[in-house]
Structures are given as C-alpha cells and as structure tokens.
Design a protein around this ligand. Sequence first.
Ligand SMILES: Cc1cc2nc3c(=O)[nH]c(=O)nc-3n(C[C@H](O)[C@H](O)[C@H](O)COP(=O)(O)O)c2cc1C
Length: 318
Amino acid sequence: MDLSTSFMGHHIQSPLVLGASPLSDSPDHCRELQDCGLGAMVMESLFMEQIEAEHRARFGRSGPGDDPDPERGPTAYLEKVRQLVDALDIPVIASLNGTASGAWARYAKLIEQAGADGLELNVYYLPLDDTESADDVEQRHLSVLTQVKESVQIPVAIKLTHFFSSPVNLGRRLQRAGADGLVLFAPLFHTDVDLETFTVIPALHGSDAGDLGSRLLWLAAMYGRVKCPLTLSGGAHTHLDLIKGVMSGASAVQMTTAILRGGPDHAASVLAGLRSWLEGQELESIQQLHGTMSLLQCADPQAFERANYMKALQTWKR
Ligand SMILES: Cc1cc2nc3c(=O)[nH]c(=O)nc-3n(C[C@H](O)[C@H](O)[C@H](O)COP(=O)(O)O)c2cc1C
C-alpha cells in the first residue's frame, strides 16, 4: 500500500503529519511518532513577541511586562530545531508566529541555518482595530510571507483560517506571492464570560469533530485553483477524517489534539485504519483519492452551492 505523498515540496512516507504543538519539546516522543509512520512534523511556534522580548532584554531596554523566558526564547528554539533534525529522519518544519513584517522575521534565516526542512508561518490574530480594513488584514499575511520568502530557500507554508471574505482568492494571492503550501487550520483559542467573577476567560480547547467540516469545504473549494499543496489542520481525529481531508484536496493532514491525547498508539491506529480502508476499497495508493471530492472533480458540485443550502434549510425536520 503506497501512503506516500508530498508535503511542502518533500516526498513523505505517509500523509499523517504532527501539527504544531508542545510535543516538539521531546525529540524522543517525536521519534516514537516517526517510528509509527508519521510523515513529517511541525514544531510549536516561536512567537514574534518572544523574539522582541529577548531583543529588548539583550539591549537593556526591557520594561514592565517583558519577561523573556530563556527556556522558550529564540536561542532555545534554534537549539530545539537542531536536536529534532538530528534525532529524526522525517522533515522537521519549524513555525514562526507573528502578525506583521518586521525585524523578528529575520529569525527565518537562523531557523534555516539551524537545519529546519521548512517553515510554517502563523499570522493569526484578532483584527479588533476598527480602522483596519479587510484588505489591510490580508496584506499583513502577504507581507509577512513575502519578507520571509525573500530571506530563506527552504519551503515556506502559511497557516490560514477560513475567516476571510474570499478565502480562495486570498489563497491564490498567497500562492502567487510564493507560498509553498497552505495549511487550513481551526484556531482553538476562544473567549467566554465567567458569570461568577464577571471576567472574560480566554481558553484553549482541543478541537472536536465539528471543526472538520469548514476545512473540508474550503479545501474542496481551493483544490486545483490554488496551485500549491494544501494541508488540513483542524478536526481530524481518525483515519476516516484523514481520508475525507485527502478526498477534499489535502495532500497531507496534520493532527494535533488527537495525538496530544492518544500519543503514538493513536498515530499507529490511524495509519492502520487508513491502510485497511484503502485495501477494502481495492485502492493501491492514497493518491487515487486526492481531490476526488473537490469542487472541480466531485460528481455533484452543486452539493457545495447555494441551491443546496436552500434545500438543506427547507428539508429540516424536528
Ligand atoms: C496545546 C496546543 C498547542 C498549539 N500550539 C501551536 C503553535 O505553537 N503554533 C501553531 O501554529 N499552532 C498551534 N496549535 C494549533 C495546532 O497546530 C492545530 O492547528 C490545531 O490544534 C487544530 O488541529 P487539531 O484539530 O488536529 O488539533 C496548538 C494546538 C494545541 C492544542
């Protein structure tokens, strides 16, 4: 059974990729996942704020609220890249997290020099400034990508939510700006209101099955029209979710919550389930499924369109 696929220009042994998370703190853990058949891994992010805090501390300009953490700062991050690259045979993708181009993005070069096989950019932020237009928000993504692409040779992918007026159009603009991959992800950061203390509670929840649908939809809409590899990162917990992601247009599927919860055993069972499902369908390769449920290729493209939305509402029953 051929599970191999491509991910950010790398040929990988399986479409299952570990998404950015603290699991990258442990090379031993990552090695166990690799031995279970993981295709590649993404490290947790180095944040723009961590780089800037260390820079201010180094030049004696830190102030209240600046508390650089040497364990999680940029120097420690570069060391972690080296350790993971030494420990693993699969591609190790580093991750930079920041919301506007700036001096911090020079770390991309240092990450490349530390040996990373690629870089994932996460530009996610909440556009709470009412003077910032939708185009300004998109422009931030484009300018961070352009700045990083100018400084490195390794492949650069960008993580994208679907919370844009026209996600496919933005995907195409990012691809034309040089993105070597788009990762459609679900932000897990939520806010709630505590009615006992009258405070806002920020919280990070793991994903659940409800997070998958939107990503399948936008993968299906982008496949074949955004001409760089697409990856799913949000709501994939089982081999069946992975199969749906590939059919919708993903060449690889990142899993984070499910692997954080279930560890290497879960990764192994996803890949065993995938193999046995493909055998049951008498398929020889995962590639035979790629994009088959995309908007361009599926037998019933109307399933994605407004007419179907109307029908779904009209046929609702209690
Ligand atoms: C504990 C935890 C830490 C995470 N850290 C990062 C991070 O550092 N950078 C990032 O881009 N995404 C981060 N994510 C988001 C995941 O990479 C992924 O996009 C998200 O969890 C959705 O995928 P899932 O449904 O497979 O969990 C984190 C998620 C979790 C649960």
